[in-house]
Design a protein. Structure first.
Length: 146
């Protein structure tokens, strides 16, 4: 299975100290270049900026694919659009990590399986990689809107 991440799940997993569950659950994770750029934005939290400045070996940056024009895609930011397009290009055996509801809806419309930050944490807890209650407590201290 190919796993592709949007900005938000990476951001929150780094903030709560659990980005390391990604390679343990999925092996390699791909991101489009625009997601890398979003994670390098000047307003990015310092821990996330430091993490992405020296990305782990399991994180691979790919060039931005072109998203076919769709009216729903106009409501999505560049990272979400590129992550969906990359996932579509890698189908059929792909999982997209994305939190934005509109992005998840667009991915579903394109037949792309999705999960978000909470889904990753749940899977990691099921695999006994973390304590879910502690991870959720840390997540509540961030600005993630559920």
């Amino acid at each position: 299975m190919v796993v592709i991440a949007d900005t938000s799940p990476l951001n929150y997993l780094v903030l709560i100290g659990h980005a390391e569950v990604l390679p343990r659950l999925y092996g390699e994770v791909l991101i489009p270049r625009v997601v890398l750029q979003e994670l390098l934005h000047p307003n990015t939290p310092p821990d996330v900026a430091s993490w992405i400045a020296s990305p782990p070996p399991w994180l691979t940056v790919e060039e931005n694919p072109q998203l076919p024009p769709v009216s729903a895609a106009n409501d999505l930011d560049a990272g979400e659009q590129a992550a969906i397009a990359l996932a579509q290009a890698k189908q059929p055996d792909v999982l997209l990590l994305i939190d934005e509801d509109r992005g998840r809806q667009e991915a579903a419309r394109r037949g792309i399986a999705t999960t978000g930050t909470l889904g990753v944490l749940d899977a990691a807890a099921a695999a006994r990689l973390l304590d879910l209650a502690v991870a959720l407590q840390r997540l509540q201290a961030t600005n993630l809107y559920v």
